[in-house]
Design a protein around this ligand. Structure first.
Ligand SMILES: C[S@@+](CC[C@H](N)C(=O)[O-])C[C@H]1O[C@@H](n2cnc3c(N)ncnc32)[C@H](O)[C@@H]1O
Length: 256
């Protein structure tokens, strides 16, 4: 999961068997290769308390049914999805800085969910909800076409080894699905500190017919509103570069 080049190729710190994450979940047979490995992580007492006390209010259960964000948040507002928020530090700061926008963060890792709930409580964030589930299925099942104002994917697991590249989140199928969930004018913002993955992201996003690169053919500068993430900071200390990509689904233009 580290943004650096660890000795193994794991998204966690404890190694990844070659077949880890293969389809063992018989409830969801349509997904065969997952971009994560579920692992036990230590929970702090604050995170556990936040899960128990705030989870019922701020964690939306995964359901194979389209969600109505206006009934969840009790208002009409642009909705932004974040995939893989990790410990949620950047997520909470972005939500606090943009109170007119509603955010749905998706993460599979329980300590991260606990950590973000703790932040939600401390910062009094009413515009943020969490879904603890595979984001690919959340996109497919819970989010209506053309419903999102934006999608954030920050430092997704790089899956360093070539034989594991198939586990990378940014693949043509996922990007095609994601593009359908963006409203016209909506954006997709990705960042990585793994150069080889940045190249793959640029190629995959550029090849998606529903999306247009806001930076002609290249990478984007980090927008002011994206704070440094935990993994990014770790990578920067190791001397890594960072590549941001900002694509949009073009707005519908009226024929003149
Ligand atoms: C390298 S971490 C980066 C976390 C955070 N964005 C940051 O920059 O600090 C990637 C995160 O994505 C999560 N993840 C990977 N695939 C996912 C999926 N399909 N659905 C939800 N979360 C996923 C992992 O559990 C992990 O916490």
């Amino acid at each position: 999961m580290a943004p650096s080049s660890p000795p193994d190729d794991s998204p966690a710190d404890n190694g990844t068997p070659d077949d880890a994450g293969a389809a063992t979940d018989h409830d969801h047979p349509r997904r065969s290769i997952r971009s994560f490995v579920l692992r036990a992580g230590r929970m702090g007492t604050g995170q556990m308390r936040a899960l128990a006390e705030l989870g019922p209010q701020f964690v939306l259960p995964y359901q194979a049914q389209v969600l109505d964000p206006s009934s969840v948040f009790g208002r009409q507002a642009p909705t932004v999805l974040e995939i893989g928020f990790g410990m949620g530090d950047a997520t909470a700061r972005i939500a606090a800085a943009q109170p007119q926008t509603d955010f749905i963060g998706v993460e599979v890792h329980t300590p991260g969910v606990g950590a973000l709930l703790k932040r939600i409580g401390e910062m009094g964030l009413g515009n943020l909800r969490i879904v603890q589930h595979d984001a690919v299925e959340v996109l497919r099942d819970m989010l209506a076409p053309a419903s999102l104002a934006g999608v954030h994917i920050y430092f997704p697991d790089p899956w360093h080894k070539k034989k594991h590249h198939k586990r990378r989140l940014i693949q043509p199928e996922l990007v095609a699905l994601l593009a359908t969930r963006l409203a016209p004018g909506g954006y997709l913002h990705c960042a990585t500190d793994w150069q080889d993955y940045a190249g793959q992201m640029l190629a995959v996003l550029a090849a998606e017919p529903m999306l247009v690169n806001t930076r002609a053919e290249g990478y984007a500068p980090r927008p002011d509103w994206r704070p440094l993430t935990k993994f990014e900071n770790r990578g920067l200390k190791l001397g890594h570069g960072v590549w941001d990509l900002l694509f949009v689904r073009p707005p519908v233009t009226q024929p003149s």
